[in-house]
Design a protein around this ligand. Structure first.
Ligand SMILES: [Ca+2]
Length: 495
């Protein structure tokens, strides 16, 4: 009898011991989805009616859409690079760590690099006991941080095939999840799911190119395809003044576009962009389906965003090196435990808020190096915004460059470029003029192509005496933000 009891006790002990070793850590998983060069205007949850993204729409319906999410800017033509460094480090634009010799600029490198590197997204979640995985394009990023993920499958995939398109990235994630399941890993996962598209060149899958009535081209097309997506309301044949970055690759050398801003070129390129985005959407659908099959979907925070927006013909620009909403703003959707389905909030967030937000949602301490704010109160429905004023900079070309500030519906953009040759101020009321239309958008030949007759008040309001007090208020807000955030430059009228 005593012997039996002893054996039974041993059995209980080993069962308990074994279970405690194997017990599944039920802390929430993270799936962070990052596309390359995608403005919110491409998605139906932000008003697009042409580009079809049923899986991203489903994410929006099952979570929260942030209306006002932005990247803080760039001191380099490669806007991806500081933007992705802000995501990885949670640092503000003028307080970034050096990303490697190649990217070291005079404005950078003044920070305690090691401390920041020890507190990047992968470093934090490795320490917290997560299994960290990454797939993304290569380059233009914070490579020292990227290397900290436990598993890295990076490759720039900007073609249309299984091995060189967006399909490649989703396959890496699915294969990883299969391994995670097969190995019975008890750890929760953090997946950084990056795409190389819709960044140009926008090589679309044939079926999707046909759907949007466009084709892959190397030189600007001459014929308008009447089935291609319409011109955006803010299309212009050229920007009213020089943007200040001479010979900028995105404005003059994108294959299939070059310097052309014609209706034929812009509509074809928009359709190519949509084909690439729909392909990304299909890939996201496959990964979400996998999570569902694994019974992990309800226990996973999913964030969808992009490193910045892009113009694609709006305001006569093609690239992302400007501070109009189409390029400064990013899409931002979040779903997961505690986030009420089908909700929206203004947010007023930056991409550098991602790091503190993910920490906060998973009860991981937010490191002191993080300068962003946690969006958890917004995602939980306790507040609508995390800050009131938003600041943006672009100075990858001539200095001091462009600056923007937004508060409520009001936005100021200033340009001080080409050694004083261009000094311009724009003031917009975004509620009344969400597309930031200018006087040039009222021209007959422009209206004839965009089929949009702007209201009289939809112009740059900066020179109108009626708005002089608002202008002065926004000017002083901008300077305050520049000082507060350590912007090393001042504009001509701030000295
Ligand atoms: Ca990018």
């Amino acid at each position: 009898m005593y012997y039996c009891r002893f054996i039974f006790s041993l059995f209980i002990f080993f069962t308990f011991f074994n279970n405690s070793l194997q017990a599944k850590d039920r802390r929430p998983n993270i799936l962070f989805i990052l596309t390359d060069d995608q403005g919110p205007q491409t998605l139906s949850c932000y008003g697009n009616t042409v580009c079809q993204t049923p899986n991203i729409d489903l994410l929006a319906k099952s979570g929260m859409v942030i209306e006002r999410a932005y990247h803080m800017g760039s001191m380099s033509g490669a806007v991806c690079s500081p933007s992705r460094t802000m995501i990885m480090s949670g640092r503000t634009l003028w307080n970034l760590p050096p990303r490697g010799k190649k990217y070291l600029k005079q404005e950078e490198g003044v920070n305690p690099e090691e401390e920041i590197l020890n507190n990047t997204l992968p470093a934090i979640f490795n320490r917290a006991g997560y299994e960290t995985f990454r797939t993304c394009k290569k380059g233009n990023s914070y490579s020292l941080a990227n290397a900290q993920f436990q598993i890295v499958k990076d490759k720039t995939s900007r073609k249309a095939g299984e091995e060189d398109g967006s399909q490649w990235h989703s396959r890496q994630v699915i294969e990883y999840l299969d391994k995670h399941t097969d190995q019975g890993t008890s750890k929760p996962f953090f997946i950084y799911f990056g795409f190389s598209h819709p960044h140009d060149e926008r090589w679309g899958v044939n079926r999707l190119l046909k759907k949007y009535h466009v084709s892959n081209v190397k030189s600007p097309p001459t014929d308008i395809n009447p089935g291609a997506p319409s011109l955006p309301f803010s299309w212009l044949p050229e920007h009213p003044f020089h943007h200040g970055h001479p010979d900028l690759r995105d404005e003059v050398r994108v294959p299939g576009v070059m310097r052309s801003r014609t209706e034929a070129t812009v509509r074809n390129e928009l359709g190519r962009e949509y084909a690439c985005i729909e392909n990304i959407d299909i890939q996201i659908g496959l990964v979400v389906k996998k999570l569902k099959e694994m019974n992990e979907l309800d226990n996973t925070y999913i964030f969808f965003t992009s490193d910045h927006g892009i113009a694609v013909g709006r305001h006569g620009l093609m690239g992302k090196q400007n501070l109009y909403e189409h390029s400064w703003r990013v899409p931002f959707i979040a779903s997961g435990p505690g986030i009420k389905p089908g909700t929206r909030a203004e947010g007023n967030s930056y991409l550098l808020d991602v790091l503190p937000t993910l920490c906060d949602l998973t009860s991981v301490p937010i490191p002191e190096t993080a300068q962003g704010k946690s969006l958890k109160p917004v995602l939980n429905g306790q507040s609508k915004t995390v800050r009131q004023v938003l600041y943006g900079a672009y100075c990858g070309g001539t200095k001091p460059g462009m600056r923007a500030v937004r508060k409520g519906d009001w936005k100021l953009i200033k340009y001080d470029v080409l050694n004083g040759e261009v000094r311009k101020t724009q003031l917009f009321n975004l509620k009344n003029n969400p597309n930031e239309l200018l006087l040039e958008h009222h021209k007959k030949e422009v209206v004839g192509k965009t089929n949009n007759q702007p209201q009289k008040s939809q112009v740059n309001l900066a020179a109108l005496p009626k708005y002089s007090a608002k202008l002065a208020e926004m000017e002083s807000l901008l300077l305050e933000e520049m000082i507060r955030l350590g912007d090393p430059y001042r504009l001509w009228d701030q000295l």
